[in-house]
Every structure is written in C-alpha cells, then in structure tokens.
Ligand binder design. Structure first.
Ligand SMILES: Nc1ncnc2c1ncn2[C@@H]1O[C@H](COP(=O)(O)OP(=O)(O)OP(=O)(O)O)[C@@H](O)[C@H]1O
Ligand SMILES: [Mg+2]
Length: 386
C-alpha cells in the first residue's frame, strides 16, 4: 500500500482502471437487466403481429396448435439470442478493457514523465548543477509549472554566480593590500627596505586601505540587503551641500581644485534622509576630486524639474569613455583598475552604495561624460516636498 501511495503514476493508472471497472460493471448490470425486458417486449409485439395475420386466414383449433409450437421456438430463439448477446458483450468488454488500459498507460506516462523530469532536475540543482532546465511542452498547468521551475532555476543560477563573483572580487581586493603589507614587512625583516618613516607610512597606508575596504564592504552588504532604515523628511539641500563643501575644501585646496556650488535660492525642500543623502553627495564629490587633476574644478548644482530636484556634480577631470558608462554603478567596477589604484583610487564600491541609497529614496542616479579627458557629470534625482 505504501508503495502505491508513493507512486503518482501507479495511483493515476489505478484510478483510470477503477473508472474503467465501474464503467464496465454499469454496462454489464444495465444490459443484464434491460436486455431480457426489451427482448420480451419486442417478442410480444412480434407475436401479436403474427397472431393477427394467422387468425385472419385460418381456423381457431389449428391456430392454437401452431401458437404452442411457435412459443417453444421462441424460447429456443431467446436462449440462443442470450448466448450470442453474452458472447458479444464479453468480447466488447475485453476489447474496451485492453484499449482503455493502453490509453490509461499512455495518459499516465504523459502526466508523470514531466513531473519525473522536474524531480530529477531539482535533485541536480540541489547538488549544485544550477544550469539544469526542464522542457516545457504545451501550455497546460504542467507546462506552466515547468516554465516557473526554469525561472526559479535561472534565478538560483544568477544568485550563485553573483555569490561566486562577490567572493572572488572580495578575495582579490583583500589580497592586494595584504600582499603589499607582507612585501614591506619581508623587505624590512631581510633588510632590503630601510626602516624609515616613509616605509612605515607606506605600510600604514596599505593597512588603512584594508580597513576602509572592510568598512565599505560592510556598508555595501547592508545597502544591498536593504538592511537600513530611512528617516525621510523635508530637507534643505543647500545646507547639505554647504556641509559637504566645508568638509571637502581642504582636499580640494591640496589639489588646487575650485570646489563650488550653484544652487537656486528658491530651491524647494526635498524628501530625504539627511545622513544618507550626505553620504551620496560625499561619495560623488570625493570621486570628482579624486578623478580631477590639479587646477581643475568641481561644481555641485541643483535644478528643479516638475516634482523632482536634479542634483549634479560636474568636474573637469579625466572623464569616462562611453563603453564604461553603463557599468559604473556595478560593484567593484573601475574604469581602469591600475589607474584608479595609482591615483589613490578605491575599490569601486562608492557608486554602488550611492545608487542603492538614491534608489531607496525612489530616485534615479546616472552619469554623463563626453569621454576621456572631457570631465564627467554625475546626477541624481530626489522628490520635492509637495
Ligand atoms: N568623477 C569621476 N571621473 C572619472 N571617473 C570616475 C568618476 N567617478 C567615478 N569614476 C570611475 O568609476 C569607478 C567607480 O567609482 P566608485 O566611487 O564606485 O569606486 P572608487 O572610487 O574606485 O572606489 P571607492 O569605493 O573607494 O569609492 C572609479 O574607479 C572610476 O574609474
Ligand atoms: Mg569612489
């Protein structure tokens, strides 16, 4: 019994057979009950017809004798009829049973084989083969189930790929400063590197880079998992931009970069979480300063368009080639890894964090640049207070 319970195909097949059994029984019982009655009725009608035609032409006594003989014949006739009827019924039932069993088996196979295919595919996926898919034939519920199954498998595959890529990227990012620190230490131990303040400074820089990377990664995982809450209220952008300018002016002065803002006096308040938007502005303005050579300029502006304020951070820096524009907000993406490292660049997380934060506000973030050496403008939108 347990064997039957655990087999969908067998259960379907047995249920088809049960339906067949009930059908055959009903046919059998009905014909057994109705056939003699129908026969008797038709016989009586025939006898009546024969009686009338004979009574018209012959005498009474002769007529009665022939009637008795006729009844005997009719009884024999009925027995023969019943035997042939039973034989025909039996053959019909047998033929119907064979055909029905065959059809039931085919139907069962049609239903069970996609289910079996999904079962083995899910087992393979569970074993780590995320590229496994099933065939979805037709448009019935089973085909839809197969399609959903494939969608689920595709999503699992994407998540797994992202996870692998993330681990690879993080490992790579951590390895670079660690290798540097190790190299400096070995140089010091072997006496190849002089134990000067510069050497210790280099080691300190690499350690700081490592610490910043770990902080950035922590922040990234928080924003990517949406594990942060926004405290949104009407915010005056001019105040936020003022804070950013004050904070970044020393850095700008060091590179003789003109850092200024250009905000309209009557700018409406935007709906924002002050801390988070400050973080977005900081990331974008710090990039602008970082990727702009000495004597350049960086301008933070804002304009109102319908129910949105568009904030832009424009620099006269190194610019971005068009083929990189679409990927810039992807984590760990850097236009030129070696260039970014040489210019003291980071790990390619800042823009990803900014994108998540802006999108959490219901805004958009994008970049415009005419290409190498032609400067860049980063823009994002925020809703205004109605
Ligand atoms: N203003 C800019 N001008 C030119 N290139 C830029 C500018 N801002 C960003 N980029 C390019 O986009 C890449 C990604 O920027 P992002 O801020 O995400 O990372 P990062 O600055 O390299 O490191 P960090 O995570 O420390 O910010 C940078 O490496 C750089 O190549
Ligand atoms: Mg950055």
């Amino acid at each position: 019994m347990n064997y039957i319970r655990s087999r969908l195909g067998l259960k379907l097949f047995l249920s088809y057979l049960a339906v067949l059994l009930v059908g055959v029984s009903v046919i059998w019982v009905t014909t057994k009950i109705t056939a003699p009655r129908a026969y008797a009725r038709h016989l009586a009608f025939m006898e009546q017809q024969m009686g009338t035609s004979q009574g018209q032409g012959q005498g009474q006594g002769q007529g009665q004798g022939q009637q008795g003989q006729g009844r005997g014949m009719m009884a024999d006739f009925y027995e023969n009829f019943q035997a042939s009827f039973n034989e025909a019924l039996m053959i019909a039932v047998l033929a119907a049973t064979v055909v029905a069993v065959l059809v039931s088996w085919l139907l069962t196979r049609n239903i069970v084989s996609p289910v079996n295919a999904m079962m083995s595919a899910s087992q393979r996926i569970a074993a780590g083969h995320y590229d496994e898919r099933v065939e979805a034939i037709g448009s019935d519920e089973l085909a839809q189930l197969a399609m959903r199954f494939n969608q689920m498998a595709l999503q699992l595959e994407e998540v797994e790929n992202k996870r692998r890529q993330l681990i690879g990227d993080v490992t790579h990012e951590l390895r670079t400063p660690l290798t540097s620190i190790k190299g400096y230490m070995e140089g010091l131990v072997d006496g190849v590197l002089p134990a000067t303040p510069e050497t210790y400074d280099q080691i300190h820089n690499e350690a700081s880079r490592l610490a910043r990377l770990v902080d950035d990664l922590q922040e990234l995982s928080r924003v990517e998992a949406n594990a942060f809450s926004l405290d949104i209220h009407p915010t005056d952008l001019s105040t936020l931009v003022g804070t950013i300018l004050k904070r970044l002016t020393p850095q700008a002065t060091k590179k003789r970069i003109t850092l200024r803002s250009n905000l309209p006096a009557n700018l409406q308040h935007v709906l924002a979480d002050e801390d988070r938007i400050t973080q977005v502005l900081t990331n974008l303005a710090a990039n602008a300063l970082q990727y702009t050579p000495e004597d350049g300029s960086v301008t933070i502006s804002a304009i109102q368009k319908d129910d949105e304020v568009i904030v832009s951070i424009k620099d006269s820096g190194i610019g971005i080639p068009p083929e990189h524009l679409a990927n810039l907000f992807t984590r760990f993406y850097r236009v030129d890894k070696s260039r970014s490292r040489n210019t003291g660049g980071g790990s390619g997380i800042g823009l990803t964090i900014a994108r998540h934060l802006v999108e959490a506000h219901g805004g958009r973030i994008w970049v415009e640049s005419e290409g190498d050496g032609k400067g860049s403008t980063f823009l994002f939108s925020l809703k205004v207070k109605k």
